[in-house]
Design a protein. Structure first.
Length: 173
């Protein structure tokens, strides 16, 4: 019985002293704009900093803090979809389509994964949607100065309506 107690104590100590297994240090998700949705950027790092930018109803730059549980869940979701080997979609050029660019940083690497518009109900797409909508569940504070994001799309492209001009109506005489 004494040996069993000793073995149990060693196993318990080893389980409690196991280092944090999250190898990811930062992620950044960029969602492009489309005719009805102008895009957003989400950035989360291992220090639990959350940064958000959008050109929608919640327009502007925001910062917040996520919980350790959120960070662990994010890491688990990315590991489950095997982020290091997950194939990327080719980005098509379409005026009214959303695409996602997810950049994952870890200690000895970086990976960019792109998804084009056709989000379905599979684990990969669910992860992208969950992360894209995460701002809804985090207390965010608006900041006045722009936040620099590290993605290949540091500034969201202008919305299609920004570049459109309409001629004034003709007046019948």
């Amino acid at each position: 019985m004494r040996n069993f107690s000793g073995v149990l104590l060693v196993i318990l100590f080893a389980a409690c002293s196991r280092p944090d297994r999250n190898e990811i240090i930062k992620i950044e998700l960029v969602r492009s704009g489309a005719w009805s949705n102008f895009g957003a950027v989400v950035s989360v790092d291992s220090s639990l900093n959350y940064k958000y930018y959008a050109r929608n109803l919640k327009q502007g730059y925001f910062i917040g803090t996520v919980s350790k549980r959120f960070w662990d869940t994010l890491n688990t979701k990315l590991e489950q979809i095997q982020f290091k080997t997950l194939p990327s979609d080719n980005i098509n050029s379409s005026a009214d389509a959303e695409y996602f660019e997810l950049i994952i940083y870890w200690e000895h690497g970086k990976r960019t994964i792109t998804k084009f518009e056709s989000l379905n109900n599979n684990p990969v797409d669910k992860t992208f949607i969950w992360l894209n909508d995460s701002y809804k569940n985090i207390w965010l504070q608006r900041v006045k100065n722009p936040i620099k994001f590290e993605s290949a799309q540091p500034n969201l492209p202008p919305s299609p309506s920004d570049s459109m001009s309409f001629l004034p109506p003709k007046i019948k005489r």
